[in-house]
Design a protein around this ligand. Structure first.
Ligand SMILES: Cc1cc2nc3c(=O)[nH]c(=O)nc-3n(C[C@H](O)[C@H](O)[C@H](O)COP(=O)(O)O)c2cc1C
Length: 344
């Protein structure tokens, strides 16, 4: 099967099967500490922050989804890019491997003219470093977008379930480290929905990597998506909830979160989840699946989704009595962990 057809299948399956979104709701384990006297005006809440050297209006990233030469896919990425620029949020694209096999896919990744000021992030699969991709392709992926960074995604569960999966992950740490030293933009390590473990993040830090997108369990399940493509093989259902929940990873990374840039994604579904992620140590929050349906419709539909999340972030900050993001990040006094028994 061609990569282009696989990309279309993925989009259709995320839309057609609501249970691909696992609704782990792991952030419900935490409650933000309500402040009945905020001592600030909701109108003055400031959600600006810096990411990859650029200012964002919101601590929000539209996570990697797609790219290819099909008109529907080109349209999706155009809507996402226009909305990201209009709202001042970051945007990552899906895996760019397809542009090396189908040059017509380049159009779907050439987004800089639509989004001239916001951070754009290119994307390759780490395992492809064992299947023919190398420095030249990684740098081309960055240049295609005029990107501010390169996502290197790790997806061993997806590859293990996918009928045509590439499963040789051996020797990749050295290749990722070497790539991060040779490309001209930062390399960001990410998972796709099973989570980067705290141990893996620490290993990455010792290898000089400074950005980690957790992409934890609780939201989109690639195991379930690939199950639908696997001719009745049940492994994808057995493993559909495999992985580490996003807030658990953030909690475990607390001791070293100040020394690196953590992006919280995987199961974030509203602005409250974004604010909880920042309190737990992330710099920004990312969401993928919540943007897919709006992106299939129009730029305006994506803008509306972002504005809804923006309102939720602002109201949550107001109700914490904090008008700046700096006061929220890693502020333990703002978080109650219900699993520890308090406030039950
Ligand atoms: C339709 C779709 C396509 C995706 N394609 C990619 C991809 O090509 N590369 C990648 O790194 N992640 C990809 N992802 C994973 C997301 O970037 C994200 O890590 C994951 O979906 C968890 O976020 P969510 O729960 O908000 O969807 C995709 C997600 C979706 C929903």
């Amino acid at each position: 099967m061609s990569i282009g057809q696989r990309k279309l299948d993925h989009l259709r399956l995320v839309i057609d099967d609501p249970q691909v979104n696992r609704q782990g709701n792991h952030f419900d384990q935490f409650r933000l500490a309500h402040c009945a006297l905020p001592e600030c005006d909701l109108k003055d809440i400031d959600t600006r922050c810096t990411f990859l050297g650029k200012e964002l209006q919101l601590p929000l990233l539209i996570s990697s989804m797609t790219g290819g030469n099909h008109p529907d896919i080109i349209k999706i990425n155009r809507h996402l890019a226009e909305a990201a620029e209009a709202c001042g949020v970051a945007l990552a694209v899906g895996s760019q491997r397809i542009q090396f096999e189908q040059p017509a896919a380049l159009d779907s990744f050439s987004l800089r003219q639509l989004a001239p000021t916001v951070p754009l992030i290119a994307n390759i699969g780490a395992v492809q470093l064992n299947y023919g991709l190398g420095l030249a392709q990684a740098q081309t992926a960055i240049d295609t977008l005029d990107a501010d960074g390169l996502y290197c995604h790790l997806n061993p569960l997806q590859e293990a379930i996918q009928p045509e999966g590439d499963t040789n992950f051996s020797g990749l740490w050295n290749k990722i480290e070497s790539l991060s030293q040779q490309i001209n933009k930062p390399l960001l390590l990410k998972e796709v929905g099973s989570g980067l473990s705290p141990k893996l993040i620490q290993q990455g830090m010792t290898r000089g990597i400074c950005y980690f997108d957790i992409a934890g369990q609780g939201g989109t399940s690639w195991s379930r998506i690939e199950h639908h493509r696997s001719n009745g093989n049940t492994n994808g259902i057995t493993f559909q909830d495999w992985g580490l929940p996003t807030p658990w990873i953030l909690q475990q990374c607390r001791p070293f979160a100040a020394h690196t840039t953590l992006i919280a994604s995987g199961g974030l579904r509203n602005g409250i989840d974004v604010v909880k992620s920042l309190v737990l140590g992330a710099r920004i929050g990312g969401m993928a699946a919540p943007f897919l349906q709006p992106a299939m419709e129009s730029t305006q539909a994506v803008i509306q989704t972002i504005e809804q999340i923006a309102q939720e972030i602002r109201i949550a900050m107001f109700l914490l009595g904090e008008s700046h993001l700096d006061a929220i990040r890693l502020n333990d006094s703002l978080m109650i962990d219900l699993s520890e028994g308090a406030y039950r």
